[in-house]
Ligand binder design. Structure first.
Ligand code: 1GP
Length: 228
């Protein structure tokens, strides 16, 4: 069954390139989070993605692939998310990679199992910002304009404010959320425990918790309780 993203308040993002013990993975999957997103900005391969999927599949939690590399198109997820980086200076990350992927797989893709995410990447020091050459020098009005583009112009179901590695400006996140009419605002970046999770959950529809899983598992698990 296709996961109901409109009900997601909290998701964990797991990076196939990083090590996670069976015990830690079990605690993440049984934590009460709404879904596990599988994806990363570098080093994601077919093999490490399949391996992580197989391990997560021991549990009932919805498991969704965030596709940022054509090499890692892996079947068997509940759904796939296709990031479109709206503030990328390198157009490869807006339409280029997508064009190549759809040229290769377009005839066999199940479009009912694919959702697009309009991303805005705001931490200039993140791998994602470097790879996409993102224009991160943006104010609240710029972000709100990107939010409207994702929501109204492209009718994307997800607008993702990405501060990967650092905690962002929640006032700005809230302003972006308030202009959305149908899209869901995902926020990710620097959520390292319940306090930041609470702040982010007040500003965004869905919060995404990544890095802290690998640094401090207990703190990561404590972010789930904050779900409103
Ligand atoms: C990364 O948005 C996610 O794509 C989560 O960010 O790793 O900083 O938690 P962190």
């Amino acid at each position: 069954m296709r996961p109901k993203i409109d009900e997601w308040k909290h998701v964990f993002k797991l990076d196939p390139e990083r090590e996670l013990s069976d015990d830690a993975l079990e605690r993440i999957c049984l934590s009460g989070t709404d879904a596990i997103l599988v994806g990363g900005s570098s080093g994601v391969t077919f093999d490490n993605t399949v391996e992580l999927l197989a391990r997560i599949r021991r549990y009932e939690v919805p498991c969704v692939l965030e596709l940022s590399d054509r090499e890692a198109v892996v079947p068997g997820f509940d759904m796939s998310l296709l990031p479109v980086v709206l503030n990328a200076r390198d157009a490869d990350w807006i339409v280029g990679q997508h064009h190549k992927a759809i040229k290769e797989y377009g005839a066999v893709l199940d479009w009912n199992e694919l959702l697009t995410e309009g991303y805005v990447i705001l931490n200039p020091d993140s791998t994602a910002a470097r790879v996409t050459e993102a224009d991160t020098d943006l104010d609240a009005k710029d972000i709100a304009a990107y939010a409207r583009m994702a929501d109204r112009m492209f009718r994307m179901p997800i607008f993702y404010v990405e501060y990967s590695g650092t905690f962002g400006d929640m006032a700005l996140v809230r302003k972006a959320r308030d202009v959305l009419t149908q899209a869901r605002l995902f926020y990710g970046g620097g959520i390292d425990g319940p306090d930041k999770a609470r702040q982010a959950a007040e500003a965004a529809h869905t919060i995404v918790v990544g890095n802290v899983i690998y640094r401090d598992l207990e703190a990561a698990l404590a972010t789930v309780k904050v779900k409103q």
